[in-house]
Design a protein around this ligand. Structure first.
Ligand code: SF4
Length: 238
């Protein structure tokens, strides 16, 4: 199903509502990992909207992140589908290259096994997914649309739509919403972490640093996508 054409900017709540009503139940889902994604789950709950939620467990997440997932599951009384990588592919990677090959070889190879493989399998069963991406998160996201065709995972005979309801929101607006609505958040945020991914690839930042500075800090800014949103990178460097 192609993205529906819309005119003008819509509120995140509108984008979310339109997205969920546009696709049959079970064919659209929220991808959950960070603060923005819980805002989306909260907005859906506040509007009485039912939507599937999935998350990627790479096997390398912080303990705080696992506790956060559980807190969200209980807080909203929802099921969260936990996607895990193919154990054979993980075994082959770590046997051949060790547990920290991304520091030398870049993150793409490990992310491909631990994130992209499980996500690709999941998206084969969906027509659309909803993400918490924002334009000001990264130089790779400055052209981010509220609704777009997913050029990374669509195929000739299966179009996948990606909704980014928070594309125009700032980090300040996200946290304003979280505080105002008592939305659960990852306790690592209280320790200086802003953008949170896997434990070996995420670190706390100082107030003067950009929020993505704590992710893959040994790599170029323009390459800071893990493949989930690879089309963003193509727009910058292609
Ligand atoms: S973020 Fe780091 S540990 Fe996680 S999948 Fe990517 S390279 Fe591997």
């Amino acid at each position: 199903m192609k993205p529906r054409k819309t005119t003008g900017r819509r509120s995140p709540q509108q984008v979310l509502r339109d997205a969920i009503s546009h696709h049959p139940a079970g064919r659209i889902a929220i991808s959950f990992s960070g603060a923005e994604d819980v805002v989306l789950i909260d907005m859906a709950a506040q509007q009485g909207l039912s939507v599937d939620v999935f998350t990627l467990d790479t096997g390398r997440l912080h303990t705080e992140t696992y506790k956060f997932l559980e807190e969200v599951r209980k807080h909203y009384d929802i099921n969260i589908e936990v996607l895990m990588p193919d154990p054979k592919e993980v075994r082959e990677l770590v046997t051949k290259k060790g547990l920290y090959s991304f520091y030398q070889d870049g993150h793409s190879e490990c992310c491909a096994v631990r994130k992209i493989g499980p996500l690709k399998s999941k998206l084969e069963s969906l027509d659309a997914w909803i993400t918490g991406q924002r334009k000001d998160q990264s130089v790779t996201r400055i052209n981010l649309a509220q609704t777009q065709e997913d050029q990374s995972f669509s195929t000739d005979d299966h179009t996948i739509v990606k909704y980014n309801p928070l594309s125009d929101w700032s980090l300040t607006e996200v946290w304003g919403y979280i505080r105002e609505n008592n939305v659960p958040y990852n306790k690592l945020h209280d320790k200086g972490f802003v953008s949170i991914g896997c434990e070996p690839c995420t670190r706390a930042i100082t107030p003067d640093q950009h929020e993505r500075a704590g992710r893959w800090w040994w790599e170029e800014q323009t390459q800071k996508e893990c493949g989930l949103h690879a089309q963003n990178v193509v727009k910058i460097v292609g």
